[in-house]
Each structure stands twice: as C-alpha cells, then as structure tokens.
Design a binder for this molecule. Structure first.
Ligand code: FE2
Ligand code: FE2
Length: 167
C-alpha cells in the first residue's frame, strides 16, 4: 500500500531525533547507533534529492529556492556527519562537541524542510501524487541502503562531491 511521501519523511525525521537521544547516552553502543544513523540519514537525503525535491519543484506553491537550500543543508549535514565518523571512538575527546554540531545541523534542516517545503507541498500536491512519490521515495531509499550508503567511504565521496554547495 502506498504511503504519503510527506508522512514517510516526517517518520524518518522523528527517527533521527530518537537516534540523537541514543547517541547522547554513553551506556549505548554508540558506534552501532552512529552507523545506523549514517545509513538512514544519507539514504533519506539522497532519496529526497533523487525523487522528491525535483518533483516538488514543478508545483506552484513550493518555492524552488527553498528546495535548493534544502540540498545545501544536506551537504552541510554530511560534513558534520563525516566529522563525527572520522573521529571513530565515542570516548575520544571532542566526540560530544561533534555530535552536538551534527544534531544542530540536522535539527535546523529538518525544521526548515518541514516548514518551508513539506507544509506547502501538503496543499500544492494531490494525495495521489504524494502517494506515488511515497513509493518512489521508499524504493530510492532502499536502493541507497542496499549500496551501503552509510559507509564512511561513501560519506567521504559525498562530502567531496557536494562541498561546493556550501558557501
Ligand atoms: Fe527530510
Ligand atoms: Fe532533507
């Protein structure tokens, strides 16, 4: 059964928040939680950019500049993610600071995406089209997960490819 793309994206955003809470708790296996976060974060952003953002830009009522800005914020998020992943050991000095930088970058993006892209899309895009985009988003996200998109080597490539988006 198809699901509204907006609901799917919001569900992922709440999952990010849950994983941030787990990452702040040193009694958890934070390496494992970070690997899980990296996978879902990268798959989510890449699926949005491949299937959702280009489609939403075609609708009046969704601001193209906000969509472009969303992709810039993905690039910023990937830089903060890589910074934390490169540190490796959750006990290392600076880990907590880098985690908070990542949390701040992602929370900022999620808040802005929800207000400036998804809320307008709810009015501008029909329920049928949102369901169709939901199918495409799920397929693209699964395909990214299958190709190990959360591996540090991929995150390094991604940062190298998209750093020119950040000014
Ligand atoms: Fe998102
Ligand atoms: Fe996003």
């Amino acid at each position: 059964m198809s699901t509204d793309v907006i609901e799917l994206i919001l569900t992922d955003h709440r999952r990010f928040e849950d994983l941030f809470r787990q990452l702040r708790d040193s009694s958890n296996d934070r390496r494992k939680v970070l690997a899980e976060l990296a996978e879902i974060l990268v798959a989510h952003a890449e699926a949005e950019e491949a299937e959702v953002y280009p489609a939403l830009r075609r609708f009046d009522g969704v601001d193209d500049h906000e969509v472009e800005h969303g992709a810039e914020e993905h690039a910023e998020g990937h830089v903060a993610l890589l910074d934390l992943m490169e540190l490796g050991d959750p006990e290392a000095e600076g880990w907590d600071d880098k985690l908070e930088k990542l949390v701040k970058a992602i929370n900022h993006h999620v808040d802005e995406e929800e207000r400036t892209i998804l809320d307008p899309a709810r009015d501008a895009v029909s329920a049928d089209r949102r369901a169709e985009l939901g199918d495409r988003f799920v397929a693209a996200r699964a395909q990214r997960v299958d190709s190990a998109c959360g591996d540090i080597s991929h995150v390094r490539d991604l940062v190298a490819q998209t750093k020119d988006r950040i000014d």
